[in-house]
Design a protein around this ligand. Structure first.
Ligand code: PLP
Length: 400
């Protein structure tokens, strides 16, 4: 039995059965490449589900983490934390100005956003009857009860009812339905600028603008979930920047600290009134360790001119996938995405494509049931993208 087989056996015995792990154990990485315990090389177009934005084994990030670890790891939010303030300030220089709450994951950031919206309506605006949340079919907002309750895919909610409510789900992109459903009795609308887990679904032009307009008219809180689309993934720091809208509340996580767990919820000053001391908290949220890493990533975004790079290689990835989709019809049905959040729609078993790609040394994931998702580290090169496309081409050639 190889060391890898042995570890996989241990995993099956020791862990709860809630993941579908591939029988692989990664031990180290360099840039966009990972190596498993048996020394096999993989080109990583998954980035730990859109997380490792600076790539693996990044020396500068590792040094920033080590320096902070020697100085101070954790003190809680009983005190102010300098790295947290520096990070909040750095975020404030991006396209959303407001105040920050830090947590440890995307679902927690959304949980905080939903709680803030409820308390803003009930306490700050004295309208406690405004509790209805509006969300969208095919959305994904996380696994805790609040975030799960606004996730518009039954498979994630199966067996966990009753959910937190009331929540109304609307078809994503249906401007008329949204216009009718959002009233002066709605608490909040939560929406991803591009539905990522749901299959890389881009909204039709004007949809997010209409949500913004209607939320403003009715005093409804507009929450944009940028957990997957944010932190430069689509070629702007926030995906909403290319839609010409600014939300009241925005949530971030995933790549924000390059792989160290962190989540953030930012709110404008008006909606931020919903929280008072004691309203919400997180023991680890924004601790010195996580925010030192996040601050390093913020500086790297500018030093590496990462946004320009993402736009450049993202265009290359998008057009390469479109060409691949054309070449491999009818096994494929097109490609879509923005920046380095891209998907290839397939008409063959997507799980099989993922497994066969892995066997050839390429890591990709499935989104939305029939989409092969590519979300590489943001430092990916055009050469690496070409290698990924070649492998996918060979896999699709074989696929039945
Ligand atoms: C849009 C969106 N929101 C929330 C989440 C949940 O984030 P986490 O897994 O960090 O809780 C995800 C995770 O994939 C996501 O894509």
């Amino acid at each position: 039995m190889s060391r890898q087989d042995d570890l996989v056996e241990r995993g099956k015995r020791l862990l709860l059965n809630n993941y579908r792990q591939a029988p692989v154990v990664m031990t180290r990485g360099e840039g966009c490449v990972l190596f498993d315990v048996d020394g096999r090389r993989y080109l990583d177009m998954a980035a730990g589900v859109a997380v490792a934005m600076l790539g693996h084994g990044h020396g500068g990030l590792a040094d920033a983490i080590a320096t902070q670890a020697r100085r101070l790891l954790h003190v809680s939010n009983l005190y102010y934390i300098e790295a947290q303030l520096d990070f909040a300030e750095a975020l404030g220089r991006r396209a959303f100005r407001g105040r920050a709450f830090f947590c440890n994951s995307g679902t927690e950031a959304n949980e905080a956003a939903l709680k803030l919206a409820r308390r803003y309506q009930a306490v700050a605006k004295k309208q406690p009857q405004r509790v209805e949340l509006i969300a969208f079919e095919q959305s994904f907002h996380g696994r805790t009860f609040g975030a799960l309750s606004v996730t518009g895919q039954a498979k994630y909610r199966d067996g966990f009812g009753p959910m937190v409510g009331p929540v109304r789900f609307l078809p994503f992109g249906d401007t008329a339905a949204a216009r009718a459903a959002i009233t002066d009795q709605t608490c909040a609308v939560i929406v991803e600028p591009i539905q990522a887990e749901g299959g890389i679904n881009l909204p039709p032009p004007g949809f997010l603008q209409e949500l913004r307009r209607r939320c403003t008219e009715t005093g409804t809180v507009l929450i944009l979930d940028e957990v997957q689309t944010g932190a430069c993934r689509t070629g702007t720091f926030y995906a909403f920047e290319s839609e010409g809208v600014v939300p009241d509340v925005v949530t971030l996580a995933k790549g924000l600290a390059g792989g160290i767990p962190i989540g953030a919820m930012l709110a404008n000053d008006e909606v931020g009134r919903g929280f008072e001391p004691g309203s919400h908290a997180s023991t680890f949220g924004g601790n010195p360790f996580a925010t030192a890493a996040a601050l390093y990533v913020q500086r790297a975004i500018d030093d590496l001119r990462l946004l320009d790079h993402v736009r450049d290689v993202g265009t290359h990835l998008g057009s390469s996938l479109l060409r691949l989709a054309e070449r491999r019809r009818p096994k494929t049905r097109g490609a879509r995405g923005r920046g380095l959040l891209q998907g290839l729609v397939v008409d063959v078993d997507p799980g099989d494509v993922v497994a066969k790609a892995r066997a050839r040394g390429l890591l990709v994931t499935v989104a939305g049931g029939n989409v092969i998702r590519l979300v590489p580290p943001l430092v990916v090169t055009k050469g690496e993208i070409d290698e990924a496309i070649e492998i996918l081409d060979a896999v699709l050639e074989e696929a039945r």
